[in-house]
Design a protein. Structure first.
Length: 381
């Protein structure tokens, strides 16, 4: 394209110069004939004066003077033609240079740039001047390159995250499966010498089976949230009775988890199965990172008005302040996790489920530990 446009401008420039010079020299030839005619007429006037025919000589002289004025006008016209041609040529040359500098050269750069992009080299920035149309196009193209790099980085991060979660979940599944197999082999070998020991073996197997179920549930929720196919079937429930039943199922002996309703018997709208998953995730986190007593209670927050909160409080060291802004991010794990294994999906799943149920979850550190609050709008009537 650059060669074709340059050739067009060159041809126009040459034609302009040729036409200008043609007109000028054509007019110059006419001027040569006029000079010869003037010499002849001067000789005629001299001859008339010598013959004493002064009156005729005066008339010829006046006619010759008029012709001289006309000739001067023609000469001025020739110069104007030359000047106009020169100006036109300069304008055409300037336009050609302008087009080359502002359009053709940037397009050449973009062409070379696209070749590099096609090779997969997207790290080279494209310099541009946004003061021109080509500059706007170059800016848009460079922005596309940046977005492409971001998309590639996000894709790479997603792939690495998926590898991480698969590796972590595989480990989290492998450990309880190994325990289940060991205790099952013990039962097979009749190592359960007493009913108490047999009951202990069976309790461990059931506990480890629950751990596997929890891990696979987290993996399923992660996959569904990625595909935006997670369904929530909301219904009205009485939060106090529901929470008490959930606590009793998670801690039948009541030695680890305490529950107080503080007289709150509000109705909320939620998916009971999803809410139970949220409670289980919070209690599992408390058991893992702050072993000991866990308090579950209900309260009515001052803000936002008209809500009820289901709170889960442990008595550990809490979450470091620097981790708080990212604690609900997928795969994020706090700096105080120690040697505890995990996928970094627990709190992400809680946040995702609460959002789907038009609720919210907040975490607060205090001197007595970490408190997680599941907040729902209170249903009236």
């Amino acid at each position: 394209m650059r060669k074709r446009v340059s050739m067009i401008f060159l041809i126009l420039f040459i034609l302009t110069v040729a036409v200008t010079l043609g007109l000028y020299f054509s007019s110059g030839k006419s001027s040569g004939h006029q000079k010869q005619d003037q010499l002849i007429r001067i000789n005629e006037i001299d001859k008339l004066i010598e013959d004493g025919r002064t009156k005729e000589a005066s008339e010829k002289l006046a006619e010759y003077s008029d012709d001289l004025h006309k000739s001067e006008d023609e000469t001025g016209k020739d110069m104007r033609i030359l000047a106009a041609g020169g100006i036109a040529s300069l304008c055409l040359l300037s336009a050609g240079i302008f087009v080359f500098v502002t359009v053709l050269h940037p397009l050449k750069k973009i062409s070379s740039y696209t070749s590099e992009i096609a090779k997969g080299n997207t790290d080279i920035p494209l310099s541009y001047d946004r003061g021109s149309e080509v500059g706007e196009f170059s800016w848009a193209f460079d922005s596309m390159r940046k977005e492409l790099n971001k998309a590639r980085a996000s894709e790479k991060e997603a792939i690495e995250n998926n590898k991480t979660v698969i590796a972590t979940l595989s480990h989290d599944i492998k450990t309880p499966i190994a325990s289940i197999r060991a205790y099952a082999e013990g039962l097979e070998a009749n190592l359960d010498s007493s009913p108490e020991k047999r009951a202990q073996y069976l309790q461990v197997i059931m506990k480890k089976s629950d751990e596997v179920t929890k891990v696979t549930d987290d993996l399923l929720l992660h996959s569904l949230s990625d595909m935006h196919r997670l369904t929530v079937e909301e219904e009205k429930i009485e939060i106090s009775a529901f929470t008490q039943k959930a606590v009793e199922d998670l801690d039948p002996d009541g030695k680890e988890i305490s529950f107080t309703s503080d007289g709150i018997t509000s109705e909320i709208k939620c998916d009971p199965g999803r809410l139970l998953q949220c409670i289980e995730n919070l209690i599992t986190n408390a058991r893992k990172y702050a072993p000991g007593k866990i308090d579950v209670y209900l309260e009515r927050p001052d803000e936002p008005k008209g809500t009820v909160a289901l709170c889960v409080r442990d008595h550990g060291t809490g979450i470091p302040d620097e981790d708080m802004p990212f604690i609900f991010d997928k795969f994020y794990r706090g700096h105080n996790r120690g040697q505890q294994k995990g996928s970094g999906l627990g709190l992400y799943i809680v946040k995702y489920l609460m959002t789907k149920m038009d609720g919210d979850v907040i975490l607060r550190n205090s001197d007595s530990g970490l408190t997680a609050k599941l907040i729902f709008p209170e249903q009236k009537g």
